[in-house]
Design a protein around this ligand. Structure first.
Ligand code: DC
Length: 212
């Protein structure tokens, strides 16, 4: 069973999803980390981020594993490397290609079949797990999202805001797996809310729906 948490970059999905999973005893899936791994591998191999077929082939053969909070690519711990601004930018490009998405969606579906998951991304409630009994669409104001991301990476807020606008546009305008709320998703605006409050709301919804 899957609790789906979707929303734009910086809305707090990772922190919230990890905390909800911890609270409920579910496993956490960071689907964005998989797109980041494809982007990192493309940078390593010099594959053009606009070459959908080559990237699709790469996504199909990459070995991506999760070991607790660590992300492993071909057995190597890339947890830090996949978070650089360069990889963030490349991930936003590689994730538009249908063949890349198909390969990663298939892997994500396999993973979530095996246990109870809190999975976060852009298309969990709409594509990966449309039957999810609880879908959350997490948002926050552009400025708050940029402030949070800058706080994590040490970048300038204005630069983050600009890069974020470009990524948002690519995420929402792409043809496949575009960022949008599922019709039956619960929208949760986290602007000005503390982590505990957001987590408590989602846990309460899970209990109301008899999922735990
Ligand atoms: O959530 P994130 O910032 O780690 O995601 C990295 C990139 O991957 C981002 O540009 C959007 C894309 N992504 C996606 O297209 N579909 C997902 N389910 C998760 C992330």
């Amino acid at each position: 069973m899957v609790i789906a948490i979707d929303g734009p970059a910086g809305a707090g999905k990772s922190t919230v999803a990890r905390a909800v999973a911890g609270e409920l005893g579910f496993t956490y899936l960071d689907s964005g980390a998989m797109y980041r791994c494809v982007a990192l591998a493309a940078l390593w191999d010099g594959v053009d981020v606009d070459d959908g077929e080559a990237l699709g082939e790469l996504a199909e053969r990459l070995e991506i594993d999760f070991d607790g909070p660590r992300v492993l690519l071909g057995g190597r711990d890339v947890s830090g490397e996949i978070r650089t601004p360069e990889v963030s930018g490349a991930a936003s490009h590689v994730s538009v290609h249908p063949r890349v998405r198909a390969a990663l969606v298939e892997r994500q579906r396999h993973l979530i079949e095996t246990a109870d998951y809190v999975a976060e991304g852009r298309d969990i409630g709409t594509v990966v797990s449309p039957d999810s009994p609880l879908k959350i669409f997490l948002t926050a104001s552009d400025e708050e999202r940029a402030r949070r991301r800058a706080g994590e990476t040490g970048e300038d807020v204005k630069a983050v805001l600009e890069a974020q606008r470009q990524r948002d546009a690519r995420d929402t305008e792409r043809e496949h797996g575009a960022l949008r709320a599922a019709e039956d998703a619960v929208a949760l605006d986290t602007t000005g809310l503390g982590l505990d409050e957001v987590v408590a709301r989602i846990v309460a919804l899970a209990r109301e729906r008899g999922l735990v």
